[in-house]
Design a protein around this ligand. Sequence first.
Ligand SMILES: NC(=O)c1ccc[n+]([C@@H]2O[C@H](COP(=O)([O-])OP(=O)(O)OC[C@H]3O[C@@H](n4cnc5c(N)ncnc54)[C@H](O)[C@@H]3O)[C@@H](O)[C@H]2O)c1
Length: 255
Amino acid sequence: MLLQGKKALIFGIANEKSIAWAIARAFHGQGAELAITYAGEALEKRVRPLAESLNSKAILPCNVTSDDDIKGVFSELGKVWDGVDIIIHSIAFANKDELKGTIINTSREGFANAMDISVYSFLGIMKEAMPMLQGRNAAALTLSYYGAVKVFPSYNVMGVAKAALEASVRYLAEAAGPEGVRVNAISAGPIRTLAASGVNGFTQILNHVEEKAPLRRNVTQEDVARAAVYLCSDMASGVSGEIHYVDGGYNVIGI
Ligand SMILES: NC(=O)c1ccc[n+]([C@@H]2O[C@H](COP(=O)([O-])OP(=O)(O)OC[C@H]3O[C@@H](n4cnc5c(N)ncnc54)[C@H](O)[C@@H]3O)[C@@H](O)[C@H]2O)c1
């Protein structure tokens, strides 16, 4: 098993369609021990049974807009684990209003909110995680989308946030590398999830990718999870700062 004995902390499960949930199951299947967070009380009743079904060692609240919540995760985790080998950051948010029409209508508040939850949270989590990650060949992984690089209808401020997230991956890789911590992102193709349902015209994107991607299909949460296993295992011991596409090859197509 590729993750035997590894301790993985997972942010971003909302329900059974979440990419982070597929990652959690794949990690469990490869022998990892899990700790799982949920964004707030409203999600607890959905996430707790999922986490329990994988024998999660800790199930902790964490709204990433709160520094105290992020700190609380690591202080609680320190009571059950002496370190963390893997961090999964699978979190993004923008107000629905920002994900329709064009970017010209972006509000200052909507911009700040999207950047805070979708980008700063990764930095904030890594800051608190470093003492538990260092010196154990650890790996951190976040989730991005091709809208970071190319323009997609309605993706708007989230495209800007993903571009900042991908730059953060490179800076974090450089900063954490001396402690033996690798930092990467998976740029996933479109998948029908709660977060995706906020993007106006998402079905149109799904249909287009299915028709044009080299594999002639959309990817699944499980496709992403298998790549996450590789990137967070010692199989990827020399890989850091990468944006790894799991999109059926869509990003290589010109027309
Ligand atoms: N679904 C897709 O098409 C797709 C494609 C590429 C990348 N991604 C990325 O994958 C990641 C996971 O999204 P998903 O598609 O699995 O959808 P999802 O809705 O299941 O996951 C998004 C998660 O973000 C969490 N979140 C939002 N605000 C939060 C906050 N303030 N504090 C803590 N958590 C918060 C939600 O609780 C949820 O668990 C996101 O970064 C998303 O941008 C998704």
